[in-house]
Design a protein around this ligand. Structure first.
Ligand code: 48F
Length: 259
């Protein structure tokens, strides 16, 4: 095979998808467990969705399991989501299930892509755009390598009707929003509360309520949802992340219906 054909195939195919992603219904920031489940749930219902992930690998904190022991724990409701994806999980103690974090990461990501979600790795979201009544209307993107290399290169943008902050503990997109003059989240203080101390049970029980629209057009999911509302972190238990991803998809769909 001609090397030029290989290069053309890669560049042309990638750019076709990237051009498609320039106007999407839902743009998700972060390909961790919550972002990938949200992407899958939306894509399988025909919603046009793109995921932007800063790192080379997908899965966020999931492949690393607990302290690099590549296993994750989920409870009953989380196990049901793993079943939906056909990820194996076995009961370890009554109501607690153990799964291989690599199987979970690779399967959920593959199913999201096969359902039609476009996942772009090595791209960082560095800001958001707003239009109209200060509603989030797009993301400002750059190659992750530009910030890693400290290069001054201007970004490009994509438009979306709804954005999902699935950036994990740092709640990066929400923090970008609150830096803007006068911008307030729908939290008690209008700011990112910051996550609470580790408390698995409470963190898991609060995450679904925290998964909602926090700024016009911006939905939070996963650890971001808990970090924004001051709820606890929970370590290597992942059911809440998966359930939150599913709920974020429902919230986003509801917003698409309104806009
Ligand atoms: O951290 P992450 O896995 O978030 P999550 O879906 O799941 C949290 C769990 O992994 C774990 C836990 C379980 O109880 O607490 O920590 O809430 O995935 C977040 C992804 O977002 C990417 C980051 O590289 C990671 O893969 N990310 C963060 N900021 C940006 C980003 C950004 N500005 N642009 C693009 N990607």
């Amino acid at each position: 095979m001609d090397e030029v054909v290989i290069s053309r195939a890669i560049v042309e195919s990638y750019l076709k998808d990237f051009m498609e992603a320039m106007e999407v219904d839902v743009a998700i920031v972060g390909a961790g467990p919550s972002g990938l489940v949200a992407a899958y749930s939306l894509a399988r219902e025909g919603v046009k969705v793109a995921v932007f992930e800063r790192h080379l690998r997908v899965g966020g904190g999931m492949p690393g399991g607990g302290m690099m022991f590549n296993r994750i724990v989920v409870q009953e409701e989380g196990k049901r989501i793993l079943d939906e994806f056909d990820v194996s999980a076995s009961e370890y103690a009554p109501g607690d299930y153990i799964a291989d974090s690599l199987e979970a990461t690779s399967t959920i990501c593959a199913k999201a892509i096969k359902a039609g979600a476009r996942v772009f790795n090595l791209i960082s979201v560095e800001d958001v755009m707003t239009r109209g009544d200060n509603r989030v209307s797009g993301l400002v993107l750059n190659w992750s390598a530009t910030s890693w290399s400290r290069l001054h290169v201007d970004p490009l943008t994509v438009k979306c009707r709804v954005a999902v902050d699935a950036t994990g503990h740092d709640a990066e997109v929400c923090r970008m929003v609150v830096k803007k003059a006068g911008a307030k989240l729908r939290t008690k203080t209008g700011d990112v509360a910051g996550e609470g101390f580790m408390w698995a049970e409470r963190g898991e029980s609060e995450i679904l309520d925290n998964t909602r629209e926090v700024y016009p057009g911006l939905v939070v999911t996963g650890m971001t949802a808990n970090a924004v509302f001051g709820s606890p972190r929970m370590g290597a238990i992942f059911g809440g992340m998966l359930l939150s991803g599913k709920k974020a998809a429902q919230v986003a769909r509801g917003l698409l219906g309104q806009s």
